[in-house]
Design a protein around this ligand. Structure first.
Ligand code: DSN
Length: 441
């Protein structure tokens, strides 16, 4: 059996009432424990987060904001939301915080509707060059409502050319410019974007969803220190909190942003999520968390160094943050989907990814994307990054060699055993005799 942070009594009830979902849960614990998570947007949350996500705050409707709700019984929900807001403001040096967004896309959509009118122009990074769906990808609903102009990275450097961003901004005069990405391995020139927005007369927003924990921990720059009008971040990536999103902004935008989140976009906030955000915002202020944030970057550097030495082609030639993108097509002659599948077989989870100007389609792209936040949460350091990079290199050179993959699977499993996932403790003896944590005992 597993020894997890849920209440044992609740788990027992689940096992009795829904064995199918119970088994899936046990298997997922085992998958997360015995393999290593390298998807850069994923992480292992703080154990305290499980306690709150599984709590009675799940039961409460709290439309409105602290002190101004539509339903009664809000004395405890007001406490947690006020704590979450005040702590978020302190962590990110923000004048205002809204902590009710259900996740990343609604969070960014709430900013657009709060500050702009339908038909207004927004400039964001092209999804196929590292931007995010919610920054105006043609498939998103937002692209039917706002006009999006997309800046790209340069080929072959993979870097953003600020002069080109400026030219585009002066040509289209967007009402809002967004700095933010989901697969750009470099730090943004926040000051440079601020200058461009001032010249173009645009509001300026940073979406730091991937980087939230690294900014909170002081390892990367904080866009709000450069006078950004709005900053958004999801709370479950490098921040290690619950799934969710928060909007941080200047005081002058507090009212339109709050109104846009509720009642504009959402009804009742998920108060179990808000409670977990409050605790997350306390935990990220510790010295241990600051050391974690720094180590995420040190680990990414160690990973990059080893991969480059092994002949991998890294988009932009390296990384300045927590993530890396390998062009598997040029370096190893395989597409990202083949690489993803083969790496899955050895217990390394990452994702296939488009590279800038990819000649291949999204489901068979030319690259893979991965990062170090989750591995670092397990306590892994540079030596383990080196070992993981070497396993990856062997897989990428011979993705069809099943004997090799089986051998490497064991190496990954052995390594993972030394670094338990925070909040999960799977013992070798599951009680049923098979050692699999399947719940059949
Ligand atoms: N799915 C997230 C990512 O992987 O970057 C963003 O929404």
């Amino acid at each position: 059996m597993t020894n997890f942070t849920y209440s044992a009594a609740a788990l027992d009830r689940l096992q009795n009432s829904d064995i199918d979902v119970f088994n899936a849960l046990m298997n997922e614990e085992k998958r997360q424990s015995e393999g290593i998570e390298l998807i850069p947007s994923e992480n292992y949350c703080f154990p305290e987060v499980y306690a709150l996500l599984g709590s009675v705050f799940n039961n409460k409707y709290s439309e409105g904001y602290p002190g101004r709700r539509y339903y009664g019984g809000q004395e405890n929900t007001d406490t947690i939301e006020t704590l979450a807001r005040e702590r978020a403001k302190a962590v990110f040096r923000a004048e205002h915080a809204n902590v009710q967004c259900l996740s990343g896309c609604p969070m960014n959509e709430a900013v657009y509707f709060g500050l702009l009118q339908p038909g207004d122009t927004i400039m964001g990074m092209d999804l196929t060059h590292g931007g995010h769906l919610s920054h105006g990808a043609p498939v998103s609903n937002m692209s039917k409502i706002f006009k999006f102009v997309r800046y790209k990275t340069e080929i072959p450097s993979g870097l953003i050319d600020l002069d080109k961003v400026r030219t585009l901004a002066m040509e289209h005069k967007p009402k809002l410019i967004i700095c933010g990405h989901s697969s750009y391995p470099r730090e943004y020139d926040y000051a440079g974007f601020r200058k461009i927005a001032d010249e173009a007369g645009a509001l300026l927003m940073a979406d730091i969803s991937h980087l939230g924990g690294l900014v909170a921990g002081g390892a990367l720059k904080n866009p709000l220190d450069f006078g950004y009008d709005v900053m958004t971040t999801t709370t479950h990536k490098s921040l290690r909190g619950p799934r969710g999103g928060m909007i941080l902004c200047k005081k002058e935008f507090a009212t339109p942003i709050d109104k846009s989140v509720f009642p504009g976009m959402q009804g009742g906030p998920h108060m179990h999520q808000v409670a977990a955000m409050a605790t997350t915002m306390k935990l990220v202020q510790s010295d241990a968390y600051k050391a974690y944030a720094r180590q995420v970057l040190v680990n990414a550097q160690a990973f990059a160094k080893e991969l480059l030495a092994g002949g991998a082609h890294l988009v932009t030639g390296g990384t300045e943050n927590h993530l890396l993108v390998i062009n598997t097509a040029t370096g190893f002659g395989i597409t990202g989907n083949i690489a993803e599948k083969a790496l899955d077989k050895v217990g390394i989870t990452l994702n296939k990814n488009l590279i800038p100007d990819d000649p291949n389609p999204p489901m068979k792209p030319s690259g893979i994307r991965f990062g170090t936040p989750a591995a670092t949460s397990r306590g892994m350091g540079e030596a383990e990054m080196k070992q993981l990079a070497n396993i990856m290199l062997q897989v990428l050179r011979a993705p069809g060699d099943e004997a090799l993959l089986t051998k490497l699977r064991e190496e990954t499993r052995t390594m993972c055993k030394r670094f338990p996932v925070p909040g999960i403790n799977i013992s070798d003896e599951c009680g049923c005799g098979c050692g699999c944590g399947c719940g059949c005992s």
